[in-house]
Design a protein around this ligand. Sequence first.
Ligand code: OGA
Ligand code: NI
Length: 338
Amino acid sequence: MHKLISNKCLTIQSAVPESYILPPERRPSVVPPCKTIPVIDLQGLHRDRTDLIQKIIKASQEYGFFQLTNHGVSEQLMQDVLVVGKEFFDLPGEEKERFYSEDTNQKCRLKSSLNYDEEKVHFWRESFRHPCHPLEDYIHEWPQNPARYREVFGSYSIGVRKVGLLLLDLICEGLGLECGYFGGELSQGLLMSINHYPLCPDPSLVLGLPKHGDPYLLTLLNQGHVAGLQVLKDEQWLAVEPISNAFVVNINHMLQIISNGKLKSADHRVVPSSNAARTTVVSFIRPSNDSLIEPAKSLLVNECRPPLYKSCRCIDFLGSYRTDTIRQEKDPLERYMV
Ligand code: OGA
Ligand code: NI
């Protein structure tokens, strides 16, 4: 448990441990909070469906990111997962230890940083992650302490999956793909990651998460009220302002491949704060391991465009993504380009 920052913080008080300090060229620059990503109101669906779909496609092409309001998951549930997620990280060390593992095959696990044993410098993050769908296959592996964990995360995962699948249906329509393209195997999985970025004595020296793109289909982030997420657009970092109860949605690598590069999986990173600890709940909609990921055939035919990416199995993509992000020398999509 020496690898968890929350345990170290008790003794470090005012200094960032050496092993977390990035070389000067990799430290975060100060980002002005002026420009930000598009905000889309899902209620617009009942007023003008075509207009809403266009907004989603435009944001997904230009930014790869948007914030979604009025999405149907209740404010109470949006708040409850953040509270219960934080309660989990506030548990005593021995209680959390049961879930700590370096084994990437362990489904329900607590980890520190990105790849603690393989990386040169550590990141200021702890994360607890587990699959959520189908719920009955996984819920018995989730923590029983905090007492409300299973109930709250169970309800939340059902709600967030519904929003994710609706967004995929709208994206499907917007791309002109056959109805239900993302149903079935492609959106079979739901992975939840509860991220905790402890209060940091000097955020200018560290990163909570380094620049990365998410590998799956779609991410829905509940980021609470503490800022910290930054998105890269036209080589400029944009800070994503917290909006109460909104989801921050982003296009993932596999959706970029399926859309043949039409939708963009933008890089992003996280900076911790010296004012408050930050807990976020991240939901990834993901294909089953055996799914074939490739540019949609109907899209290539309709637009008379050659495929930009080769076909690959989901599990193989995730394997190479892991290697590429550890080494941090290559865009994980590059090796699948035609
Ligand atoms: C992630 C991620 C952002 C956040 O987990 O991939 O980008 O604000 N998280 O926690
Ligand atoms: Ni991410």
